[in-house]
Write a protein of this length. Structure first.
Lengths: 441, 294, 296
């Protein structure tokens, strides 16, 4: 027993010692790295000091953001950058806590559908752009910049990357069903028809027309030219006839078992059904294209096509944007601005992004990005760039999270066949309006 | 003759008893095996997934046994992020926090189990009360607190609180076990001239050894897998723990590198399994060592 | 005599405070501020960063008119009412099995039950979806062997909560371990003397084992109630509260209010109401414990 106690104490001492040392280690590393960069005497900028940046993600995307930060370090050797990179989807609580405690990062990753926008935390970047004589229209890929400016003209961030969707289709299933491959001029009615033709079998052998991807709920209101709500987020348009018609299409596809119902889809990783040939089509985001290709391997032949058009001939597409915003309470706004500008507009940085998304910088999107093909496939990335022109900003989320939640309930009642699309809209549209009103009080 | 029948009767009775014991034993084994398989199934599935190639992870219906075995997921997965560093941090946090928990919880629980004061009932209700208020609500003010004392991005918020009672759960658990020890033992020791700390150290602690091991086992598992607290309090990659590292296999859009995730999760879980495999015999040893039951 | 008694009392009280002092210190340093902070928020319309105006009892009034709160509370009560007794029963039975003598490979068996407890997290989440899948799921496959028709576990409002409870029952490893430790406290000679009196296994279990482990059962019951009301992870990862809110629990509502909708004041109010409910139930359990918990 005494031996054990001595051992415990010894271990404890060692661990305590190393904890103390490791925090010193961190400091030493930072000190030495800034020494190194001091050697690069090309101090074209006089910006200095220290900033903290916070972002999240995984895989190649996260690596691109880290590499972009290294580019910034080279350009601004006098700025010490503290990096906080977190796993995706686990940021809400941490950021809220940091904002409440007043020690949030100077630069924070921000998407238009994320709750940071239209809040009181973020610096208006318009004066910075004007001061540096930058015209966003000239610099950015068309459509890349839209989500960051509020209807009142406040600019809350600059974009870095975006992603759009294509419809991936399993050629084998199309061939077996004798259905011709979809072409770019298809409409959502064509889509519904095709999806139904492709589904067959029952129970565990059922093959569905399309996978139920989480993006589907965001696409749905736009099928027939409708929209979920108006530009300044004050009025819902769920109960517009076009929107109802679109939701009825979903209802119809679920009933016809061309789309899996909740039971068949929710409990599987969404791409599993496509990869294992249980569904003929898949809404394929740029962000997951390379991964999906790897999972499919040589199992079957597949292709991609732009999503169907609405009755006005407009390609229905959704874009997800990611960028960076400045904390209003930042104590080093010059360095924070320099960072945001670099990761948004620097050519070298944007070329790095070309592997993980559509770069914000027009020059990089049109050259580096457009020339690449998606790894493991012969799909040209430029296809995704074409989708961006008409793409709607990913609706819901962010400041209107409560309305979003109600919309999700609405969709769930339709997809579990609890209510018809009409009934669900009648029930939930007023509640969505109420939630929107609450935000704009 | 009569005697002979009597003997025969007794042997059949004995045999019956023996066969019923054998049957019992078989039932025990069957039950244990079925239940153990059910409980360990996710673990077996983890192993299978870790050995699969990407395309096979996604077959429907899922396959338990991979057709080709690949070890790449282990090597690639480990290099995906700085898992060596995360392991070290997790080891530091777990070791220190568990030591703090086990010892301080025992001391506090002893106080609650053996000594009375006017406020002891009320104070114990507060101990339990701290478990009843949802953590989510306390998260932000607790962060503010640690931020004010400069502990953000250090391992301290994950370690130091353990030394102050080790949490209501553990205090309560050990208190229950202390209470099952007959008070006569204390009194005998007092007559022998032992003070309360000697009673605690020499009599009570050995007597509740199974419970102490239990507390250790549970808090090792808790700190090893804890995700929320490290996520909230740590910023720099070189401070992260394994639970955070595992989340990096998930990308921003919900798809993930399942097979690598499983491989690394497996590597990180195995030390705990070995520890438990070794430690579980102390559950039984507790009684024989305590020497109070005889 | 009386004076002497009270000085003994004083001495005992002094020792009491000495032993629990680590906890008292910890409470004042780490717990008190957050608790008071969240209590104050109850009377404000605080946003996600805790900033807001004083609005009196408005949050409490709103909560009692909130149908979602009612739904979430009912779901939570349903979960607790079924899962707490179920997991108590299962853990006692399994712990009793794991406490058997003369079983070869007991270390492996015990470890198997501990496994779920340490493999929690992302890895397991993915698996449960598959287990409950209607068409390809393992559970329906197993039930099918007994002639049961496939159940729509996760998309049926009737079956989603049972699915959550099944998933929860699987993670009772910690309760099993605690009960197992409790079983070690039962003196062997009690069984021996009972055997001499000719008691069979069932009698031994109900007359000796159960009464002797009541302190452990009491612990597991109280913890079961406390944790049961705060059920979050299982519905959060498995059903996200669906379908159609059938598994939406009060903790999920608190989480959504605080971190999704940014209504920290409202979330705090719900949290304190939950606190009150758990406290009252715990006090009731504690009160009854005088009649069924045996300390030596």
């Amino acid at each position: 027993m005494r031996k054990l106690t001595t051992l415990f104490v010894a271990i404890m001492m060692i661990l305590l010692f190393t904890v103390a040392c490791s925090s010193d280690d961190g400091n030493n590393n930072n000190a030495s790295s800034s020494d190194n960069t001091d050697a690069n005497t090309e101090n074209t900028e006089t910006i200095s000091g220290e900033i903290t940046i916070m972002g999240w993600g995984g895989g190649n995307e996260l690596q691109a953001r880290k590499d972009a930060t290294d580019v910034f370090r080279e350009l601004y050797p006098d700025v010490k950058v503290n990096e906080i990179w977190l796993p995706a989807d686990s940021v809400d609580q941490k950021l809220d806590a940091a904002l409440a405690a007043g020690d949030a990062a100077d630069v924070i990753m921000m998407s238009p559908d994320w709750k940071g926008l239209r809040s009181q935390w973020l610096e208006d970047l318009t004066p910075y752009l004007e001061r540096d004589n930058i015209d966003p229209e000239e610099v950015f890929t068309p459509g890349a910049d839209e989500g960051y400016v509020t209807p009142d003209g406040v600019r809350e961030g600059l974009p870095t990357t975006q992603s759009t969707f294509m419809i991936a289709y399993n050629k084998n299933i199309f061939d077996d069903a004798g259905v011709p491959y979809p072409t770019e001029d298809w409409t959502w009615d064509d889509f519904a028809e095709i999806a139904k033709q492709l589904s067959s079998g029952s129970g565990a052998d059922r093959t569905y027309g399309m996978v139920r991807h989480w993006i589907q709920n965001r696409f749905a209101p736009f099928f027939y030219g409708g929209k979920p709500y108006n530009e300044d987020w004050t009025q819902q348009h769920i109960d517009d006839p076009e929107t109802i018609k679109a939701l009825e299409l979903i209802e119809d596809l679920i009933k016809a078992e061309a789309l899996p119902d909740d039971a068949a889809s929710e409990s599987m990783p969404m791409d599993a059904m496509f990869v294992s040939q249980k569904a003929a089509m898949y809404p394929l985001g740029l962000f997951e294209a390379a991964d999906l290709a790897e999972k499919i391997g040589d199992n079957f032949e597949w292709g991609v096509v732009l999503p169907p058009k609405d009755p006005n001939g407009k390609n229905v597409n959704i874009k997800f944007q990611t960028g960076f915003a400045m904390n209003k309470d930042s104590e080093n706004k010059e360095a924070a601005w320099a960072y945001i500008k670099t990761v948004s507009m620097n050519k070298e940085v944007n070329d790095l992004y070309a592997k993980v998304g559509i770069p914000a910088l027009k020059e990089s999107a049109d050259t580096t990005f457009a020339e690449m093909t998606i790894p493991n496939t012969d799909i040209k990335q430029v296809e995704y760039l074409r989708g961006l022109e008409d793409a709607e900003m990913a609706p819901w989320g962010g400041a209107i999270n409560k309305a979003t939640d109600i919309f999700e309930q609405l969709m769930e009642e339709i997809t579990t066949q609890k209510s018809t699309a009409k009934e669900a809209v009648e029930k939930y549209a007023p509640l969505i309006q109420e939630a929107l009103d609450e935000v704009h009080q | 003759m009569k005697e002979h029948v009597e003997i025969q009767k007794q042997t059949t009775k004995f045999r019956n008893k023996k066969t019923s014991e054998t049957i019992n034993q078989i039932i025990n084994y069957v039950l244990l095996t079925v239940l153990a398989l059910a409980f360990a199934f996710p673990f077996l599935w983890m192993i299978a997934t870790a050995l699969k190639t990407p395309s096979e992870v996604y077959t429907i219906p899922p396959k338990l046994i991979p057709s080709t075995i690949t070890w790449d997921n282990f090597t690639e997965g480990w290099q995906y992020a700085d898992f060596t560093r995360y392991t070290w941090n997790t080891l530091v946090v777990t070791t220190l926090a568990v030591l703090g928990t086990v010892f301080s919880a025992a001391i506090v629980a002893y106080g609650f189990a053996r000594f009375n004061s006017r406020l002891s009932g009320f104070l114990f209700a507060i101990v339990l009360g701290t478990m009843m208020l949802p953590n989510q609500i306390l998260l932000i003010p607790t962060y503010i607190l640690f931020s004010k004392i400069g502990w953000i991005d250090t391992l301290k918020p994950l370690i130091v609180p353990s030394f102050f009672g080790g949490g209501a759960f553990n205090i309560f658990l050990l208190r229950q076990f202390f209470k099952t020890i007959p008070k006569e033992l204390d009194q005998a020791a007092i007559i022998d001239g032992a003070n309360s700390f000697q009673i605690f150290y020499k009599i009570m602690l050995p007597a509740v050894r199974p419970a102490m091991i239990t507390v250790a086992v549970l808090s090792i598992a808790f700190h090893w897998n804890d995700f929320l607290n490290p996520l909230i309090y740590l910023n720099s990659d070189h401070n992260f723990t394994l639970a955070i590292g595992l989340q990096f296999f998930q990308n921003s859009y919900g798809s993930s590198q399942i097979q690598m995730l499983m491989a690394v999760a497996l590597i990180t879980v195995i030390p705990l399994l070995i520890l438990f495999l070794i430690g579980q015999r102390y559950f039984v040893q507790g009684i024989t060592m305590s020497g109070i039951k005889g | 005599m009386k004076k002497k008694y009270s000085s003994m009392e004083k001495r005992e009280a002094r020792q009491f405070y000495m032993y629990i002092s680590p906890w008292i210190l910890g409470f004042f340093i780490f717990t008190l501020y957050p608790v008071v902070y969240s209590a104050i928020l109850v009377f404000t319309d605080a946003d996600r960063t805790g900033v807001g105006d004083f609005i009196g009892l408005q949050n409490i009034i709103n909560i009692f008119q909130d149908p979602l709160f009612r739904k979430a509370m009912l779901n939570t009560f349903y979960f607790v009412a079924v899962s707490v007794p179920l997991s108590l029963l299962l853990s006692v039975l399994i712990a009793a099995l794991l406490n058997k003598k003369n079983i070869k490979g007991m270390a492996i068996f015990r470890t198997a039950f501990y496994v779920p407890f340490i493999t929690a997290g992302v890895a397991v989440t993915l698996l449960w979806g598959w287990i409950f899948n209607t068409h390809y799921g393992l559970l329906n496959y197993a039930l099918g062997l007994f002639g049961v028709d496939p159940i729509n576990w996760l998309s049926s409002e009737t079956w989603a909560m049972p699915a959550i409870i099944i998933m929860m029952s699987w993670s009772i490893g910690n309760t099993i371990i605690i009960t197992l430790a409790g079983l070690q406290d039962v003196p062997e000679q009690l069984y021996e003397s009972a055997e001499i009196d000719g008691a069979n296994g069932f009698v031994k279990f109900t007359r000796i084992t159960l009464p002797m482990i009541t302190p452990t059962l009491f612990f597991n019951l109280v913890i079961g109630v406390i944790n049961g009301f705060q059920i979050f992870t299982q519905p959060y990862v498995l059903t996200e509260g669906g379908p159609n809110r059938a598994t939406y629990t009060i903790m999920m509502y608190i989480y959504d209010s605080a971190f999704k909708f940014g209504e920290m004041g409202y979330a705090s109010t719900m949290a304190w109401i939950l606190f009150a409910i758990i406290m009252i139930l715990t006090l009731i359990v504690n009160y009854t414990s005088k009649h069924w918990v045996y300390y030596e």
